[in-house]
Design a binder for this molecule. Sequence first.
Ligand code: PHE
Ligand code: ZN
Ligand code: ZN
Ligand code: ZN
Ligand code: CA
Length: 295
Amino acid sequence: APDVPLANVKAHLTQLQSIATANGGNRAHGRPGYLASANYVKGLLDAAGFTTQLQSFTYNSATGYNVIADWPGGDSNDILMVGAHLDSVTAGPGINDNGSGSAAILETALLVARQGLQPTKHLRFAWWGAEEGGLRGSQYYVNNLPAADRSRIKGYLNFDMVASPNAGYFIYDGDNSDGVGSGPGPSGSAQLEQVLQEYFTSIGVPTRGTDFDGRSDYGPFISVGIPAGGTFTGAEGTKSSAQASLWGGTAGQAFDSCYHRSCDTTANINDTALDRNADAVAYAVWTIATAVPPV
Ligand code: PHE
Ligand code: ZN
Ligand code: ZN
Ligand code: ZN
Ligand code: CA
């Protein structure tokens, strides 16, 4: 898989920060900074040749939007989806949460276009609205998928917070192989975990599993039996001394001490973590979407 240029991913974060700054400091559901963020993403995807939709829904008396972008071609009965929530909380600009995942998948999508990738699977990217209100955009999307379409989606990869300053390298534990926490994901989730694991092994970065505890947009997908996977660098949780030995950083401090705060700005980004996770997105997309069925 090709390298995702870190500078391009960071340029998207700079744009999302500017959008927040120009719109009262946030990109939250129902606020003008959210729609401006959605239009920014959609404009780039349209120009690159994606077929896009702005899917609107209502939550809390405000209109929310998902940006759905299909890359033309591939087997329409065999779809890989890749998603990230694009909204922030009202407290701040949401650059790590979740500008980071949004920018990583955006630049991967643009790379698909630049390379003229012709995957065997059909590729669909999604930027979800109103995650912070309780996974509202992704839930709306899944609720409104016709049953036939539901069964065509063979996997969903989620990226929410992938550049935490005091980063951990977590992969959703599709098989619950550590036997800890919530159960395994739907059958097929273990393969998604494996592909992401393969990438981190190839760059010599150790990882740990993180449970499908329902805190991000994979939730509605696993609820209907769609296999899911993804990565995460940690939120408000505290890095343990064992984790600091494994990954560096500071034990006893939060993975992201600016989580849901006004300081979640472009200064709140770990470039190394962002670079590794963006490359992991591309690795997974190239590996899974170009695999010869039935993998
Ligand atoms: N979804 C949470 C948020 O946006 C963050 C989170 C992501 C927590 C993944 C746990 C796992 O605030
Ligand atoms: Zn959040
Ligand atoms: Zn988030
Ligand atoms: Zn596992
Ligand atoms: Ca587990």
